[in-house]
Structures are given as structure tokens and as C-alpha cells.
Design a protein around this ligand. Sequence first.
Ligand SMILES: [Fe+2]
Ligand SMILES: [Fe+2]
Length: 471
Amino acid sequence: MSIDYNETIPNNVNLADDRRLLRALERWQPAYLKWWEDMGPVESTDLSVYLRTAISVDKNGWANYGHVKMPEYRWGIFLAPPEEGRKVGFGVHKGEDAWQSVPGEYRSELRRLIVTQGDTEPASVEQQRQLGKTCPSLYDLRNLFQVNVEEGRHLWAMVYLLQAYFGRDGREEADMMLERHAGDVDKPRILQAFNEQTNDWLSFFMFTYFQDRDGKYQLASLAESGFDPLSRTCRFMLTEEAHHMFVGETGIARVVQRTCETMREHDTDDVRRFGVIDLPTVQKFMNFHYSICLDLFGQERSTNAANYFSMGLKGRFQESRIDDDHQLDGAVYKVPSFEDGRVVSVEVPAITASNERLRADYTKDSQRGVDRFNKIIREYGVEFELTLPHEVFNRSIGAFAGVEATPDGAIMESAEWEKRKGEWLPTDADHEFIQSLMIPVTEPGKMASWIAAPRRGIHGQPIDYDYVRFH
Ligand SMILES: [Fe+2]
Ligand SMILES: [Fe+2]
């Protein structure tokens, strides 16, 4: 299915036939571009960037690569093709025709899900806006900008749903998307992990590894939705998300590789003086990002989650592949809980536990990449293992909010935690050290001291290709 690029807003939803919606989106577009200018990547307006642009929503639609000035990127509205005869796959409406319009009784729940997802998209662009100034290579700079324009498009995707299906309050929510800002004291973004700073490239790679992976799991469960336009939107967004996680995983792998090379070369663990990032610091950043991402999944036991499931609005990860009744009648699921100073596991009705189940899927997926990082470490004969911290560690939401523990899960008093947390989370000194490495490298093919070259370039181009042109 191809996309109509002759329109002011490229789309595959026949926008031209819906004048009212087209007008609403055309009103929103200048506000979006203003937001991009004010809150998007700094000093990027005149750069020409080797970007991929989707020209259709099938697999080959991604083959379109070329140098583009970012403000001229064709942000548009692309839904995955409709599935003929699609049914609601779970909950009390299981087996009914999927909804092509908003079911009136679920309107506010559906809107809340879309707004919460939508809010994360521009948030991440805001969080990453300073990074272009300190890119470790042109290759990485290009990847950063690719991620940024696609997060911008994800905002378009959610704003389309709001404007097309939610009338006046949808339009108001669309405007609010550009008014809240990451880290803003008065109008912060909705979820805390999207208010944290991402001012260095180690944080960026952790972000695209962990936060974007949270995005993948949220989108995957919304792709199961009985509200068909949401499902189709999310299915297409997932294809873009895969690249973001690739940037994160290969980014961390290249950092680890460069560090291990240096440790071997100089036969020492004390590598900061060689301008590379020591593995304990990599571990601290991992501890931070993973733990704040666990919070993004919400309460282990949640009535909201139960409602979203039974209403057919938000399913489980790969719902259709799960072998059960998809209604969870009488089913139970084990969730962690904190009782009498100990972590215990309790059985609860499975329908209330879908946040926890999604979190468990996320953890498994996160571990896979960590195993690959450890393989690199072993290949260099270095004795060190990166690990995901225990679920109790550094949590602010759910059963472990307010409980302090080491990354191994040993519970401790708050006073001791305050004294020792710098052993496990990045300290000011760690951040200063990382900042000291953030020196821009913009000569084609050259890499910063702390990161190995990628194995291959983008879309068959050499590593020393001029991925970004400065005019
Ligand atoms: Fe996104
Ligand atoms: Fe993403």
C-alpha cells in the first residue's frame, strides 16, 4: 500500500476525502514544526542527513534513503494495511468485529491509553535534543536524527488518532502534546522516565536499548487492541521501533568492545585514563535505565490494566500466540510483593496482572542483549559480567516503591542506601567523566575514543560515508 506524498501531510488514510480532519491536522502541523524548531535537535536545521523515509507500509517501503534536511522530512500518517474480517482477540468482546470507531463506553480509557503513549514520543526528542553537538561519529549522528524524526512521526500517529476519533477533546489533547515538555517543572511529560535527562551518548544508547524497548512492548500490546485504527497504527510504528533498539544494542556493544580492547591492550581495569568507559560505569548506567523502565509498566496488580484487558483495548504481548481462553476466566498469575521485609511471590487473578506479565516479557527480551554484551566481554578474555539489577532495585512504582535494595536484591535501610547508592547508580563524578568524553567527531569514518566502529554502514554505504553534510 503506497503513501500519497502529493498531500501536504503524506498519508495512506485517504486524508484528502476527509476535509474536516485534514483541516484539523493542517492546523496542527505548523504548531508541530514550531515545536520541532524550538524543542527538537539543536543546531540541526541546515544539516543534510542520510535518512530513510517510508514510502509505503509494506516491507519494501523502507528502501527509500537519501540526504534530507530534517525540517523537510515528510512526517505523515501511515497505518499498517487492514486485516480483513479482523475480530477483537480478547476480553469480554472476544470474537466480535474489531471496532472501526471508538466504542462510546470506553472512550475515556482509550483516549488515556493513546495520550500516555503519544506523550512519550515528543518527550524522547526533547530529552535527546542536545546530543547532536557531541556525536561520536557521523554514523551515530545520522542514527540519532533517524530516531528523532521517527519519534516525531510517532507523535503524528497518535495525534491522528486523537483528531480523527475523539472530536474536540482529541484536538485539545493533541495541542497539549506540544505543551508538556520533558523535565519541565510546571508541565512535565506524563511518565517519569521521559523527564530524565539524556545528555550524553552512553545514556542515549541505554535509552534506545531500554526505553525504546519499553515502547516496543507497549506498542505490541496496543497492536492487539480491538480498536482497529490503534492496532494498525501501532503495527506500523513497531517497524520503526526495531531500528531504535538496534541503535541502542549496537551502541552499547561498541562501547563494551572498545573498553575490552583497551583493557587487553594495556592489561588493566583502570581504563578511564585511556579515554574509554570502564565496565563498572557501564553497569551503573544500565542499573539506572533498566530500573526506571521497569516503573513504566505500572503497578503489578492493577484494576486499570484489568479494565483495559477485559474491554479489549490493550492485550498481552503476542496475545494471539498465547494458548488460553484470552478472557482469563479464573486464571491466576504470580506477581512479586513485599511483605514483612521480604520479597515474596503471590498468586493473583491473572486479569489484574497484565502489567507484570508485560514487564516479565520485557525483562526476558532485555536479558537477551545483555547476554550478547557478555559474550563480547568473554571473547576478550575479560572477567566481568553485566547484569540486569533485581526488580526491587531503585523502584518508584509498584510493590517496591520506597523499598531500598542492592542490585542483587538485598534489602537495606534508607540511610544505608543513601550512603551507598553511588556504588550502583551513576554519581555526579561519573556523569562528569562521561561528559569529559563527549567531544564531537565529525570527520567521516572517524570514531570517538570510547566507542568501536560499527561493523557496517547504513543501507550498504561504507562506514566513512558522509551520513551528515554540514552546509
Ligand atoms: Fe516511538
Ligand atoms: Fe522509539
